[in-house]
Design a protein. Structure first.
Length: 266
C-alpha cells in the first residue's frame, strides 16, 4: 500500500513539474523591452549622416533596430513606427506543428520587419518541444521577394518559406554577418539555396553523420545546422559553442554577427 502511494506521489510530482514548466515557458514567449519608452524626436529629426554612436545606441534601446537597419531606412521618421512596433505586445497562441513540437504565433497585428538582405539570419525561441525551447532559425535567400530557406520541422525536407511567417513570432532576432560585404553574403545565400534545398530533416546531425559536409554532400540537416553549414562552406564558423550539434541559440550568441533587429527578447 505504501509503495503504491509513493508511486502515485511521484507521478503527481512529475506531472506538476511538467505543468509548471510548460506555463513558465509560455510566459516567456514574449519579453518586453528592458528600457523605458522615451521621446525619440531628437534622433528621428536627423539625417543618417548626423547620427552618432550614442544616437545609434539610443535608437536600438527604443526600437530594437541595430545600426545596419537604421542605415537602411529611407526616412528616419520611420523610427516612430518601429518604436511603436517595439513596445507593442501582441497576443499570441501556442499551436502544434508536429507530433512533439509547438510554436507560438501572433494572433493579431504582425510585427514590422526591418529591411532585409540576402544572407541575413532570423532566429526565434518561439519553437519548443514540450517544455524545452529548442528555437528555430532561417536564412534569407531572396530579400526582394521575402523568401527564406528553412529546415522547418521533423519529417519534412528543407524548403522555402514566405518571410511573413516571421512577422507572426512573438520574439525574434535578425542577424547579419560582420566584416563581409553584401555581395559575399548574397553568394552564401545563393549557395545555400542551390545545395541545401529539399534536404531531409535530421535532428541528430552532428552526432551522425558528422557536422560538416561539403555543400553538395549534405544528406541531412536541421534548422540551425542548415545555416551553419552554409556559412562554414565559406570559412565562417557561426556556432558559438563549437559543439557537435549547433542550435539556434548557438547562432544567436555568435560574435560573428551584428544585430539588425530584435523583438520580444527583452
Amino acid at each position: 500500500m505504501k509503495k503504491h502511494i509513493f508511486i502515485i506521489c511521484i507521478v503527481y510530482a512529475i506531472t506538476a513539474c511538467y505543468i509548471a514548466s510548460y506555463f513558465y515557458i509560455e510566459s516567456i514567449a514574449y519579453i518586453p523591452p528592458a528600457s523605458t519608452r522615451q521621446d525619440i524626436s531628437a534622433v528621428a529629426g536627423k539625417s543618417s549622416a548626423e547620427l552618432t554612436d550614442e544616437d545609434y545606441g539610443f535608437i536600438f534601446e527604443q526600437t530594437g533596430l541595430g545600426k545596419a537597419a537604421v542605415s537602411g531606412l529611407s526616412d528616419l521618421s520611420l523610427l516612430y513606427d518601429y518604436q511603436e512596433n517595439y513596445y507593442s505586445q501582441r497576443e499570441y497562441e501556442c499551436i502544434k506543428n508536429s507530433p512533439i513540437s509547438f510554436e507560438e504565433r501572433i494572433t493579431g497585428k504582425p510585427v514590422r520587419l526591418a529591411p532585409l538582405e540576402e544572407g541575413d539570419i532570423l532566429v526565434t525561441s518561439s519553437a519548443h518541444v514540450l517544455s524545452w525551447r529548442n528555437g528555430h532559425a532561417a536564412i534569407v535567400v531572396d530579400a526582394d521577394r521575402g523568401t527564406t530557406l528553412e529546415a522547418v520541422v521533423i519529417g519534412k525536407n528543407s524548403k522555402t518559406q514566405d518571410i511573413s511567417k516571421w512577422t507572426r513570432y512573438p520574439n525574434f532576432a535578425v542577424l547579419r554577418l560582420k566584416y563581409a560585404d553584401k555581395k559575399e553574403r548574397a553568394q552564401i545565400a545563393r549557395s545555400a539555396m542551390e545545395n541545401l534545398y529539399n534536404i531531409p530533416y535530421n535532428v541528430l546531425i552532428g552526432l551522425y553523420p558528422m557536422k560538416y559536409s561539403k555543400l553538395g554532400n549534405v544528406s541531412g540537416t536541421q534548422c540551425a545546422h542548415l545555416i551553419w553549414v552554409a556559412y562554414a562552406a565559406y570559412g565562417y564558423d557561426i556556432d558559438s559553442s563549437r559543439g557537435l550539434i549547433v542550435t539556434p541559440h548557438d547562432i544567436l550568441k555568435s560574435d560573428r554577427f551584428e544585430i539588425v533587429q530584435i523583438y520580444g527578447m527583452g
